[in-house]
Design a binder for this molecule. Structure first.
Ligand code: 1Q0
Length: 253
């Protein structure tokens, strides 16, 4: 997705991906979810090399889920080919016999066909059913990885909201970034990661940078755009949070 879209951060692109992620009543599609993170990486890259560590961390987390999705797709294709050749041997028919995977998660509630890594719900159901998520062993699961991104998303939402709510006379973006981080993501970070985060906040630009970034003509326009982005993030966050709670405590580690 980084290759097909522009390399430059655009608030409009971010918003487009964020708004494409919510699907049906309560689910989140993984492709636009991950594409939203790609946009945020573009933003971080405009802040210079000090953000390299943070972008790298996001890239490594998104690529874990993408690789799992790719492997799943290859498995389904291989299975379909096997079924096809079996069917060909038996009856001469080239139609696949039955579902590639008979489990409930291979069918989305809307009736569309998909693998395990289509949406937040389908991923959780599939990985729980396959025993990939548990307390005792640290399997690299999509669910575990999603939880890391999810916690970061709450921080980002609060940060952008505070940036919109507090006007010029208030705290600086760097201060808002630090304060909201301490309230949220920092709770899940080790001592050294927190030290690194403190360094990263120093690279946070002044308000004027955000006006230019979102191409706003007036400060009011910036506030509107920031509200739209943080609202869209909030929708994705809340849906993911409900999914986590619905599928039980084993997903919250
Ligand atoms: C711009 C300011 C950035 C502030 C960064 C704060 C976080 C810094 C910490 C980064 C170091 C990452 C090192 C590793 C962390 C992991 O230990 C942790 C847990 O993973 P694991 O596998 O060890 O259990 N990983 C995470 O918590 C993942 C999340 C990383 C932080 C994601 C930060 C996202 C920042 C986005 C800034 C976008 C601002 C957007 C403005 C848009 C305007 C319209």
């Amino acid at each position: 997705d980084l290759k097909s879209a522009g390399q430059k951060f655009q608030a409009g692109d971010l918003l487009k991906h964020l708004q494409a992620a919510p699907v049906l009543a309560n689910d989140v599609l993984l492709k636009p979810y991950l594409a939203s993170w790609d946009e945020l990486i573009k933003f971080l890259k405009t802040l210079g090399p000090i953000m390299g560590l943070v972008s790298q961390e996001i890239e490594s987390k998104t690529s874990i889920i993408r690789k799992l999705a790719q492997k799943e797709e290859e498995d389904i294709k291989r299975l379909l080919r096997e079924r096809q050749s079996e069917a060909g041997q038996v009856s001469g028919s080239s139609l696949p016999l039955g579902e590639p995977f008979p489990n409930s998660y291979s069918k989305l509630p809307g009736g569309a066909e998909g693998g395990a890594y289509v949406s937040v719900h389908s991923m959780m159901e599939a990985e729980l059913a396959r025993g990939l998520v548990d307390f005792t062993q640290l399997t690299v699961s999509g669910c575990r990885t999603l939880l890391r991104l999810h916690r970061a998303l709450l921080w980002l939402q609060l940060f952008l909201q505070s940036l919109a709510d507090e006007d010029e006379g208030g705290r600086s973006p760097a201060q808002l970034c630090r304060d909201t981080y301490r309230l949220t993501l920092a709770q899940h970070h080790t001592f050294w990661v927190k030290q690194a985060a403190e360094l990263a906040f120093k690279a946070m630009p002044e308000r004027a940078f955000f006006h230019r970034l979102v191409c706003a003509k007036t400060p009011v326009e910036t506030v509107i755009i920031l509200h739209m982005v943080s609202g869209a993030i909030g929708e994705v966050y809340n849906r993911t949070q409900l999914a986590l709670e619905e599928h039980g405590p084993s997903l919250q580690i």
